[in-house]
Every structure is written in C-alpha cells, then in structure tokens.
Design a protein around this ligand. Sequence first.
Ligand SMILES: [Zn+2]
Length: 349
Amino acid sequence: MRSSFTLLAFASLALRVSANCMYGTHLHRRQEGTVEVSNFGYSGTQGPVNWASLSSENSACTSGKTQSPIVLDDTVSFAEEAPKVVIDNVEEAEFENLGTTIEVIVNGTTSFAGTDFSLAQFHLHTPSEHRINDEYFPLEMHMVHEAEDGSIAVIAVPFQLTEDGSTTELLTAVIENLADIETPGTATKTGALDFTELSDAIQTKPLFQYTGSLTTPPCAEGLTFLVLSEPLALNVATFNAIKKVVKFNARFTQGSLGETNLLEVATGTFQDLQIAINGNATEPINNEGDKADENKSESETKTTATSTTPQAGSRTHSFDVSTTITLSPDRACKEFGLLCSAKFGRRWF
Ligand SMILES: [Zn+2]
C-alpha cells in the first residue's frame, strides 16, 4: 500500500502532464468533451531517453528504480490469486487518438487482493512494452484501474500474430471506425464490444505481478502491474491497421527492479569519463586525426589513484577511490560501450 506522501506526489504530477497511460484516473483527470494530445513522444528529443528533460515532474523517468516496462521471467512472481473481472458488454464506446496511443473508455470492476479497482480505460502499445523471457510481442493492451484509495492497477495483455488468421474479436470491434481517428486529438466510437474472451483469459491464465511505474511521463512509481503470461491471438489485418495509426509507442525495457536507473547509469558513466578526459588529460589533443590516437599507448594499468603516473599519450580516469585506469581515448570508448554513441575526444563514435 502506498503512503499518503506518494499519493500526494502523484496527484500533483497529474495536473501538469498531458495524456498518458493513466489518463482518466485521479493521476490525470479526463477533460470531458475534449481529447487531450500528449506532450511527449517516442522519437528524438521527445522520446523516452529524454522524458526527464521535458518537465521537472518527470525525474522518476531517469532516477526511478522500479520503472516499467521490464523483462518478465522467473525472477518475477505470478499473482497468487486470480482477479475477478467484470466488464459489461457495450454497443459502442468512446475511442480516442491521444497522439501517443489509441484509447477506449469503458467501465468495469476488477477485484484483486481484497480491493475493488474501477476500470477507467484501456489503450494499446505497439510493439509490446513488457517482454516475456526477453521476447517482445507485436501489441500490448493496458487496462488501467483505480481503487477508491487512489491505488492504481494495470492489467497488461500481450497479443501474438497468428498464422491461421484467428484473432481476438474484441480488437476487431474496437477498430471498426479506426479510420475516423487517424489524426491525434480526434475521437469516434468503437463497434459493439464483448469482453468475455478477454475477461476469461485474465481470470484463468497465470499473471505476472510486480510493482512498477507509469510507462509514460511522469514515470511515477507504485503501480501494481498484472501481466498476462500468455498472449492472445491477433490477425495481421487488425495489427497492421492499429500499427498504421499508433505507429510506435513502446518505452525501452527498463533495468531490473530495485537497480539503479539505466539512464542514471549511462549519464554517470559519461560524466565520469568526460571529467577524466577534460580534467586529467596528460597530453595535448592532436587534431590530426584518428590514426595518431590508435598508435598511442593503449596500456591499461590498474592501481591506486594516488600512485598512478599516466603514460604519455594516455588519459586517466578514476572510477572509484581505489582504481585508476589509464588508457587512450579510443581504447576507453571500446572498453565502455555506453560511450560509443557520444562525442568522445575529437570524433564521433
Ligand atoms: Zn500504457
């Protein structure tokens, strides 16, 4: 159960972000009569590696330690009980294009772990965000629920393409009027939705359970994820129609639960090496090109920081208080793969 502090933090975040995975919950109230388009994206500087820079509220995207999505394998437990899912079939439902996903607004109740969660909406990601035993899937549905105490539960359902053309009819009905909402910010109605097959799968198949985060800004943590361990069927026509509108909206796989955020790891490593290169260079930069570098010393010594005397043509980097590695810029980049897309010394890798 989350603390009241966490709940307050979530509530304040909700006021400042545009449509995300929690749209329609207390984290981000829906503006009736309008379709709010997201202010983040999945490419370039709007994309996941830079979400923390888009708003000061997004710091968890780069520092959180229980971020989603993750790889689901035998290190992640299955839910010990099956949720009870009740979603009334409807003749039609509101269907919106938020720019970063397409979303269906439906009501329902999922009872799990002694709590009743109200279904606020479901939306789609392509390709899947979670990976099961490293494998991704072409599509993943997120069913977003909220309990009266503000706690959030997301049921995630992967879909797999079929070779025999079989499919989950619910999605066929969802996209009946998809052509109406090819433009972000538009809305239409779905066809008639029958949730029987979906509900049965969630209630009868094993579900991975873990505590993670929004997979969209502000990447707030403390959400319960229940992820169906077996994909549902999807035909190619339905998948291609969805992909054509959604295009791409999967956040990259996050680090293992509890470990330092991957972006923090990468940034820290980059800054450490930059400081070492700029601050401890033991030779003047030679602008004559790369060959000179390659001929320079690639000797690598590990010793204490205080006793190291860097060799000519090398640079010194202290990785911790006890270890200094002396190596050329080229060798350093090869040794520390995280840097190999960054400007290092005088050339791009
Ligand atoms: Zn989502």
